[in-house]
Design a protein around this ligand. Structure first.
Ligand SMILES: Nc1nc2c(ncn2[C@@H]2O[C@H](COP(=O)(O)OP(=O)(O)OP(=O)(O)O)[C@@H](O)[C@H]2O)c(=O)[nH]1
Length: 853
């Protein structure tokens, strides 16, 4: 407010208002600069702490002189010689003797004095219009009306003053009619000038009171006020001043004394007499100083346009005007603080960010309070009704903005809270997983929820303004709590999904092992224990599906226990657990089917069948590998083994239990879909046979492991493969022994008959044969045949070597002899043999013609 005043106050200069301000000029125009003067003199900021005095009296009776002397004002005064009107219209000036000690007591603060154009002036002639209007104006605004009269005028009823007073009384009644509720009274302060002192003041006062009463009774009173008395509306005060020119010192002294009476006062509760100065609260017109100019303008406007002066309406109008003005003014600092925050929030919203403004609650509440307080301080001085309405208007205005800002803040806090909560939970879960997987999900959620709720609560509480209903954010808090619960449920669901995935993975791995094991048993055609009766299936083949189903049930039950236990620690509802288990059973079945499909993949199953067949074909009942002999019933064994293995194919192609020869009760195992199961619970699930036959596969289809075409294909391929094995066996049986035909032996017997008879008839040979046979038998029984053969072999070798040597020697000797014989005749080798030289080397006998014998 001060700023506002200062801003306006920069306009007019102090010098400009040296003589005060002409509120109404001689042409009855109101001076709209009055407020500037009020601001300049700093009265505008005084609220009700100001006083307005008007002075009336005939022209040139020294009114201006009195005011100047009394209040230090500088109203222009007529020069002693001219004697013509100086004050035109109505002038106003602030008391310049404020704070000055006069006679021991200080004058009241902010006294504004109005110097009203003198009545009875020759300049206006008979025109009493202005006189009446200015009286009305002064009465509507002033607390004290100084009536300036000369002593010799007292008692002169026909004097101009009495006419003026009559006017004053009349207009007062006029005002009162419109403002009956008003308790305002006025003080008529008679200042008797040029008091010689011969007639005491008390006498003059009596005379004046009598005159006034007379005037009062003479005026025509409106209906209902006929019996009203002058005392009902006016108080009277009197003062006498000596002649200014003749007794200047005395005049000054008296004026000084008179000045002491312009202080605040009150009425004694005992005798209703004045105590203190002339400014009684009941005289005050209750127009706040900052609204005085507007009010005065409105009043003057009504007066000058000859309308009925309606002060309450004027006050209401003023209140409306001023309250609006004040409202705008107090919104300026509000705007300065709140505006940027609104902009910041709008910017964040535009860019899709969540921005929680720091300390918004404190700033908002403080700004709101400051704003409302400022309005209250200034506007509450005005018409109560208007003020209340305008205050509500202001509160609605600022609250609408604050509310939008707060809502934005809360929604940002809400969003930020939800995000922070989800992130914190996810983070803690991840940390738990990293640390080894042991974490309590429910505990994490609960802890983070508390934390997030606390933060939101603090924010919400900081935004709550005591006594302001809309700022109660309990509903928002509850909303936030509900959302957090929903987010918790969602996170729990995700966690359950993760758990489900983990359990499913576990199921898959267990199924992989267990089912692989069962199918591997197929590779052993003898079924482990005991020999199968040929063509009959060993137990491991017949109850394959029973074992698969039982293993599956066992694993799933195990998984269900794991899932159930862990899910309970998440604080999951029984319904959620049921959905999870139902889902687990369905997924487990799918996993089992996948695993089975993998096992019966062409290459895999063909290998299993081959192993099964080979096991039956290549091994005997004791599990010893067969070495095929031509005498073996290879075809028979082959056919039985093949038929037995081929019999596996229909068994494998349908999932049937041995006892009932029917598929297992899969729908019964999986169970009915729980009511709470949402679509997304199913999205990744293939429909299970028998559960929803319309959309999914039928139970029969679900239980079909090998389709008819696959089956036939498998049979063909298996047969080819088995045939290959058979041919190989057959070949090995034939290729092992060289066959000597029987007839060969017959021929041998027929052709060698003579030799056999010859040996049998010759006793020597017979005995020799017997001895050789006996020896061989003994050697055989003593297991000496091998060593003997070896020795024999070695001896034979040795003999061979020796024989060769001997033969060489013999040949060498023979040569030498021949050479010796021939030497005396034609040589010394008489027998004609090759001779050996001194080195023993064989020499060639020379060719002799005589050698031709
Ligand atoms: N006899 C007498 N003359 C005075 C007194 N005070 C002032 N005067 C003279 O009266 C004349 C008029 O004085 P103003 O103060 O101008 O009178 P006014 O009533 O303000 O006159 P307007 O403003 O024209 O109505 C001046 O010449 C003063 O010197 C007084 O106490 N007694």
């Amino acid at each position: 407010m001060n700023g506002h005043f200062a801003a306006v106050g920069n306009g007019p200069s102090a010098q400009q208002y040296e003589h005060g301000i002409q509120v109404i000029d001689e042409d009855k125009s109101f001076n709209t600069h009055l407020n500037e003067y009020m601001i300049e003199t700093r009265v505008a900021e005084a609220g009700f702490n100001y006083h307005l005095i008007s002075v009336f009296g005939s022209q040139s009776t020294g009114k201006s002189t009195l005011l100047n002397a009394l209040f230090g004002t500088e109203f222009s005064v007529m020069s002693e010689s001219e004697r013509r009107q100086t004050t035109k219209g109505i002038w106003m000036s602030k008391n310049k003797k404020e704070g000055a000690n006069s006679g021991g007591s200080k004058m009241a603060e902010n006294i504004l004095v109005m110097d009203v154009e003198g009545t009875d002036g020759r300049e206006r002639g008979e025109d009493q219009d202005f006189e009446r209007k200015s009286a009305l104006f002064a009465l509507a605004t002033s607390e004290v009306l100084i009536v300036n009269i000369w002593e010799h005028q007292v008692g002169l009823y026909q004097g101009a003053n009495m006419g003026l007073l009559k006017t004053v009384f009349e207009v007062n009644l006029q005002i009162f009619l419109k403002d009956r509720q008003s308790q305002t009274r006025s003080l008529l302060f008679f200042v008797i000038r040029d008091h010689i002192g011969t007639t005491p003041l008390s006498n003059l006062r009596n005379t004046l009171v009598q005159d006034l009463t007379k005037i009062w009774s003479s005026i025509s009173k409106p209906q209902g006020l006929e019996n009203s008395k002058i005392d009902d509306y006016f108080d009277f005060a009197f003062a006498a001043l000596p002649h200014k020119i003749l007794q200047p010192d005395k005049f000054i002294a008296e004026v000084e004394r008179l000045g002491t009476r312009f202080t605040t006062g009150h009425r004694s509760t005992k005798d209703q007499e004045f105590v203190g100065g002339v400014f009684l609260p009941e005289y005050h017109r209750r127009i706040p100083a900052d609204g005085l100019s507007i009010y005065a303008e409105g009043v003057w406007d009504q007066i000058v346009n000859n309308k009925d002066l309606d002060l309450p309406t004027q006050q209401e109008l003023l209140a409306q005007f001023r309250c609006d003005e004040i409202l705008r003014e107090v919104l300026v600092p509000f705007d300065t603080i709140i505006g940027p925050l609104e902009e910041q929030q709008a910017e964040a919203t535009r860019s899709g960010k969540t921005s929680v403004l720091p300390d918004l609650g404190t700033t908002g509440a403080a700004t709101r309070e400051k704003c409302v307080k400022a309005f209250e301080t200034q506007a509450s001085r005005y018409h109560k009704g208007v003020y209340t309405v305008k205050r509500t208007e202001l509160e609605t205005k600022i609250d609408a903005r604050l509310k939008a800002l707060y809502q934005g803040q809360l929604s940002a806090a809400h969003k930020a809270g939800v995000t922070a909560f989800s992130e914190a939970v996810t983070h803690s879960v991840k940390a738990g997983q990293k640390a080894g997987g042991s974490y309590e999900f429910a505990e994490i959620v609960e802890k983070q929820k508390r934390k997030t709720l606390d933060i939101f609560k603090k924010e919400a509480q900081s935004l709550s303004i005591p006594g302001v209903a809309w700022s109660n954010f309990k509903p928002q808090y509850r909303l936030f709590e509900t959302e957090l619960n929903e987010v918790s449920a969602r996170l729990r669901k995700e966690e359950m999904r993760r758990l489900a995935i983990r359990v499913e993975r576990w199921v898959k791995s267990r199924l992989g092992d267990a089912i692989g094991l069962e199918f591997n048993k197929l590779g052993s055609g003898r079924g482990g224990t005991g020999a199968p009766e040929m063509g009959e299936k060993p137990p491991t083949e017949k109850d394959l599906w029973d074992r698969v189903w039982n293993a599956f049930i066992g694993i799933v039950k195990d998984a269900e226990t794991r899932f159930g236990d862990r899910a309970k620690s998440f604080d999951a509802t029984p319904d959620e657990v049921q959905i999870g288990l139902w889902r687990l059973r369905r997924k487990s079945w799918v996993a089992l089917r996948e695993r089975i499909d993998e096992e019966v993949m062409e290459s895999n199953i063909l290998m299993k069948l081959r192993e099964n067949f080979e096991d039956k074909f290549r091994y005997d009942e004791e599990g010893v590998p067969r070495i095929w002999r031509p005498t073996d019933d290879i075809e028979g064994i082959y056919t039985r083994a093949r038929e037995s293995t081929l019999g596996l194919i229909p068994l494998l192609s349908r999932f049937r239990l041995m006892e009932t020869y029917a598929p297992p009760d899969l729908p019964g195992f999986v169970g009915v879909q729980p009511t709470g199961a949402e679509p997304e619970d199913e999205e990744d699930l293939a429909p299970i046979g028998g559960v929803d036959e319309e959309e999914g596969k039928s139970l029969e289809e679900e239980m079909t492991v090998l389709s008819e075409s696959k089956r036939q294909d498998l049979v063909v391929r298996f047969k080819k493969m088995a045939d290959g094995v058979y041919v190989e066996a057959k070949r090995s049986a034939i290729g092992g022994i060289t066959q000597v035909p029987l007839y060969f032996y017959v021929i041998l017997l027929v052709l060698g008959w003579n030799e056999i008879v010859m040996i049998l008839r010759n006793p020597m040979l017979f005995v020799l044969i017997l001895l050789m046979g006996g020896g061989t038998y003994v050697a055989y029984t003593l297991n000496l045949l091998g060593p003997m053969m070896q020795m024999g072999g070695a001896a034979y070798q040795q003999a061979l070597e020796i024989g060769k040597e001997k033969l060489r020697e013999f040949v060498a000797n023979n040569d030498m002899a021949r050479q010796a014989i021939a030497m005396p005749t034609r040589g010394s080798d008489p027998i004609g043999l090759d001779t050996l030289d001194s080195q023993g080397k064989k020499k060639q006998r020379p060719v002799d013609d005589d050698d031709d014998i």
